[in-house]
Design a protein around this ligand. Structure first.
Ligand code: ADP
Length: 498
């Protein structure tokens, strides 16, 4: 089976958030199952090309029709891990992917519309006709109407389409005429039955187009699949999703167990596993090494080496992630005698400025360290060195950090929403046997909610270290790899080919 993904991110080449991790983990697992998987990605000037092997041009000056003109586009090919990736480089006067950033430009809609058109153009010209085109989020949603309204009637007709919603908050709302730039009839597209936005007169909703035109639609956790059918969770698309319920499914994301593995992690000063006793005399990757890593990380960050738990937080700093609750947890952790590590980055200038100010007040603090960058290496160390990870999201489609934390023996404290509710089983209140529990959760996204979980976690860490250690091991032994989700996607793909 041949699958081509259209995506705007892929780890570790072009990563902003969890979407990038999915675009590495899922294709890799599918390829291990014998699928032939390729990815189409914009060729960003700021991507990490050192992560791409054998990067070479495959088509130098492919004409791509956009805004009624033709623009030369170069297509590159290279390998990321064992996955073939095609990179689209437009030679448009607006230099769509030479902006020094991935997202956040005023013309993001045009940038990704061009990407969709150019990607399909390349596949059709190179006669690459996979069984499945798998699209992700609004950035590649326009592929769906383009394929069914433009390319298919002209003979490029083999693939079936699957569309995954990673976050329904981002919908790609644009003026009606924008879609004409890729050669679609904007008046036809503007119909409410098609891409016409249901709430904004004169606007289209690209995400809605992905839902309506794709053969199957998924989202990234079973619980979020239920939440998006409600007025609160659906952000205006709940009725559209309800209309297409028969082709809609929630599949929990996995994490890449080769990349996120404390036993082999190249970013850590020591390796560890859930094993408390060494396997043989050569085995040094035992659980106690986690404490050693905590010591090394504290030393590097000039934090005090006291008997205190570390609460970690690694996140995009956007309102969805519960900004005020992150600040509250920082304050409460210090009041309760813990230490706090934050690794955050924000596309929102006001939030960035606010956290830089907070960071300054904790400069040289013995119990807090705030780093406001995207830093893969520090990310791995934070997961390993922390005792707890706070994820107080207002909503969370799936969330990967809580699953990574579990793998690293770090106990998640999460708001019970979306995929967080699917993955974190509260040790005190879930009613499940202890062996099935793995963290702490709270219902309401407020200070009382955070306290209710944080207090319980601190009490257990200080007063019952043996129970804490067993809770760590519960989490480390639970399987959140891509194995099961990839099987589910494979089954969905197969259902489309029958
Ligand atoms: P989202 O996709 O909404 O940002 P997820 O939890 O699904 O959230 O995925 C976040 C991913 O980004 C995880 O792999 C996490 O480790 C990583 N990440 C978040 N912030 C940073 C940062 N500042 N530096 C490095 N990695 C980060």
């Amino acid at each position: 089976m041949h699958i081509v993904h259209f995506a705007s991110e892929m780890a570790p080449v072009a990563k902003v958030g969890g979407l990038a991790d999915v675009l590495l983990g899922l294709p890799r697992e599918l390829s291990f199952r014998g699928c032939d998987v390729d990815i189409l990605l914009p060729k960003y000037d700021c991507m990490d090309s050192s992560q791409v092997r054998d990067l070479a041009i495959v088509v130098k000056e492919m004409p791509v029709s956009f805004e009624g003109s033709s623009f030369a586009t170069t297509v590159w090919e290279g390998w990321v891990e064992n996955i073939k990736v095609y990179f689209i480089e437009p030679h448009h006067p607006r230099h769509f992917f030479h902006r020094g950033c991935f997202y956040g430009c005023d013309d993001d809609i045009d940038r990704y519309l061009f990407f969709c058109r150019a990607g399909l153009e390349y596949l059709a010209r190179a006669v690459i006709a996979p069984d499945i085109l798998h699209l992700h989020d609004w950035q590649s949603a326009a592929v769906a109407p383009l394929y069914y309204e433009h390319f298919r009637p002209r003979g490029y007709a083999k693939p079936r389409l699957i569309f995954t919603i990673h976050n329904i908050d981002y919908q790609g709302i644009c003026p009606q005429k924008a879609i004409a730039k890729v050669g679609l009839d904007f008046e036809e597209m503007a119909s409410r039955e098609k891409l016409g936005d249901d709430y904004r007169e004169g606007y289209l909703n690209l995400l809605k187009g992905g839902i309506i035109y794709s053969d199957l639609v998924t989202t990234v956790s079973p619980n979020y699949a239920k939440e998006v059918l409600t007025p609160e969770g659906g952000r205006g698309l709940e009725m559209v999703l309800r209309r297409y319920l028969s082709k809609f499914k929630g599949i929990l994301n996995g994490i890449d167990y080769h990349y996120w593995n404390p036993e082999t992690d190249r970013f850590l000063p020591a390796r560890y596993s859930s094993r408390e006793m060494p396997r043989d005399h050569e085995d040094s990757a035992t659980l106690d090494k986690k404490a050693y890593i905590k010591r090394v990380v504290r030393e590097q960050l000039h934090l005090a080496q006291d008997h205190r738990p570390i609460v970690g937080c690694i996140t995009r700093l956007v309102p969805q992630k519960g900004i005020s609750l992150i600040k509250y947890t920082l304050k409460r952790t210090l009041e309760k005698g813990g230490q706090f590590l934050l690794l955050g980055h924000s596309p929102i200038p006001e939030i960035n400025a606010e956290f830089h100010l907070i960071g300054e007040t904790y400069l040289d603090h013995p119990h807090a360290h705030l780093q406001l960058t995207l830093d893969e290496e520090f990310g791995h160390r934070l997961f390993a060195a922390s005792d707890m990870l706070i994820v107080p999201s207002l909503f969370e489609p799936c969330g990967l950090t809580q699953m990574i934390a579990l793998r690293y023996g770090t106990i998640p404290i999460v708001r019970k929403t979306g995929g967080l509710a699917d993955t974190i089983i509260d040790v005190d209140y879930s009613g499940k046997p202890f062996e099935e529990t793995n963290g702490y959760s709270f219902d309401f996204p407020d200070a009382t909610g955070v306290d209710s979980a944080l207090n319980r976690a601190f009490a257990c860490w200080y007063e019952d270290p043996d129970r804490w250690r067993r809770l760590m091991v519960n989490g480390m032994r639970r399987d959140f790899s891509w194995e099961r989700p990839a099987e589910e996607y494979h089954t969905l793909y197969r259902s489309l080919l029958q």
